[in-house]
Design a protein around this ligand. Sequence first.
Ligand code: 0GY
Length: 314
Amino acid sequence: MLVPESRAVTGPFEKTSGWLDWFDGPSKPAFALPQGAVDAHCHVFGPGERFPYAPERKYTPCDASKEQLFALRDHLGFARNVIVQASCHGTDNRALVDALTHSNGRARGVASLGRDITDTALQDLHAAGVRGVRFNYVKRLVDSTPADELLEIAHRIAPLGWHVVIYFEAADLAELWDFFTSLPTTLVVDHMGRPDVTKPVDGPEFQLFMRFMRENPNVWSKVTCPERLSASGPNALHGERAAYRDVVPFARHIVESFPDRVLWGTDWPHPNLTRHMPDDGLLVDFIPHIAPTAELQRRLLVANPMRLYWPEEA
Ligand code: 0GY
């Protein structure tokens, strides 16, 4: 069952007005995911009563539990999840670790850390299934962290074989480029570096991102979040399931150019959306438009995430 026990945000904070609640009746995708497919970008939120949201957060999400995430995984046909720590939980990774340790090995995670993290705590996160750390540069989501602190963290997680997930707006890439290229690990960019899809694919902004990937073979991209990036919306008319058409050329260009360095995920439960809450079944049907062959789909959904998150099985 995907219906949550309680949709109310618990704890001392009010739900931020204006955010949409996640959609609890996703359709069955028409696209059959390949066996072993990984949803490589999703979150758990709270429940706030048990895992309080961070005091410094910029939004309060609707609770979205591990049980609900695992039910969605099974409903859509995924085998595994990569759960990413979201800004509303700050550097308190307890909800993430709880989900990982109750996943029967079917989830791995990306944490948020401060420089005060001890070596023992890092080892515990690794044992729970964490394989990456997220550096978030999206100003509406987080206050900035000094570069020297992030660099120190990156050097501490590198020996564990972890990678760094970076989340930034397209307009900020030029400024962040030198810092990113100084990092010692694999880098995974969230949501294609958030391109403005009303601009041309061959325009300077998106071409800078393509150059970033081309010149740095350690850079991967999640070809995720068409529902966040789309200006035209889901376009699901009259039963047609070709969704988010304006995002397709961007995502497809990345998939076809770098087929071994791309990941896909639902982004469930889709925090911070105000205009449109996606049907996760429809999101899965976006995949064959951006990865049109069975081989591209296998790399995007199985081989690549397995290599990054379950290398011992890949
Ligand atoms: C996402 C995107 C968003 C939020 C976060 O950490 C977060 O709070 O990542 C966003 O608002 O764009 O990946 O869930």
